[in-house]
Design a protein around this ligand. Structure first.
Ligand code: SF4
Length: 314
């Protein structure tokens, strides 16, 4: 459904500057139909930029992005507009997706009208159906966003997206702005609609526990590059890259009897304007060797689609 090849996005640091922030630096991956790929990494690693690039909300510096074999970077404005309903995004903050001056029902009706999904007569019924599907009450149709909670607004955003029958969704930290007690309900809803509509998803999160329950496959990002990709079960049961191992070791363990060795990474994430030579993780890696500072490790398949970029696996 989605294929990305050598995707790059460099942001200039100023109008007259020759320096660039390498937010995304040569990513390649694919998402099969009906599959959910989790994109994880620390804040600032470039994962949100990847989501926006795939939807062409921002233009890449280089690379190819295929949606069902069509390179969307070659589409003109008219063809891109036709494709828009099929590729949607759920932002972290539902307030950025809803017009505060519109009632929830009007917000859901807007894309139905714009893309002529149902006739005027059938619109009310369709809105009621969507409202019920996302777990809102009929009375919410006539409320404004400021009269609802964050969780209810995020449900309304999902109803608005489902109104136009998308095929692919980018969910960018969709629960992180919500109260903890609402987050689980929202994840349950996302799973339900994903299954019901057979959606393909890119699920972006820094929370590995959320990623574990929501995804089929995981791609781990560090400083604009992918360092490990694999099935969710393979990553959780046998992560190979030292960075992935460190991220997993930081997940809190509820069982006081259970023991897990915490890998504490030294130092800060390097400046993406001037990334380290060789393996970009070498400044923080407890296993670095001389070659790590000189040569960038290639992504290699270690079996069953599990890919790792680390000299330890050469
Ligand atoms: Fe660590 Fe070297 Fe592997 Fe990079 S290539 S993760 S520095 S061991």
């Amino acid at each position: 459904m989605i294929k990305v090849e050598n995707l790059k996005k460099y942001f200039s640091t100023g109008m007259f500057s020759k320096k660039y922030v390498r937010a995304v630096d040569g990513l390649s991956f694919a998402i099969e139909k009906g599959e959910t790929l989790g994109l994880v990494g620390e804040s600032g690693c470039g994962k949100t930029t990847v989501g926006r690039l795939i939807l062409r909300l921002i233009e890449p510096t280089e690379g190819k992005i295929f949606f069902k074999n069509t390179n969307i970077l070659e589409l003109n404005k008219k063809d891109l507009r036709k494709l828009r309903p099929k590729m949607q995004i759920i932002f972290q903050d539902p307030d950025s997706s809803l017009d505060p001056r519109m009632k929830i029902g009007e917000s859901i009706a807007e894309p139905l009208k714009l893309y002529n999904i149902v006739s005027k007569n059938g619109r009310e019924e369709k809105i009621s159906e969507l409202i019920e599907m996302v777990g809102l009450n009929p009375e919410h149709i006539n409320r404004y966003p400021h009269e609802l909670s964050g969780g209810q607004n995020q449900r309304a955003v999902i109803a608005r997206i489902l109104a136009i029958n998308p095929k692919f969704i980018v969910a960018d930290e969709p629960t992180s702005s919500l109260d903890v007690n609402v987050q689980a309900q929202m994840l349950f809803l996302l799973k339900k609609v994903r299954e019901k509509f057979g959606l393909t998803c890119l699920f972006i999160s820094h929370d590995l526990e959320v990623i574990k329950v929501m995804t089929d496959k995981i791609a781990v990002m560090y400083l604009g590059k992918l360092v490990e990709v694999g099935k969710t079960s393979d990553i959780f049961n046998g992560a190979v890259h030292p960075y992935t191992q460190a991220l997993l070791s930081a997940i809190p363990v509820l069982d006081p009897e259970a023991k897990r060795k915490r890998i504490v990474l030294g130092g800060e994430i390097p400046n993406p304007i001037n990334p380290p030579s060789g393996c970009s993780f070498h400044t923080r890696c407890p296993y670095r060797e001389r070659i790590c500072e000189i040569e960038e490790p290639m992504m290699i398949d270690i079996g069953d689609g599990h890919q790792v970029a680390c000299h330890l696996n050469r």
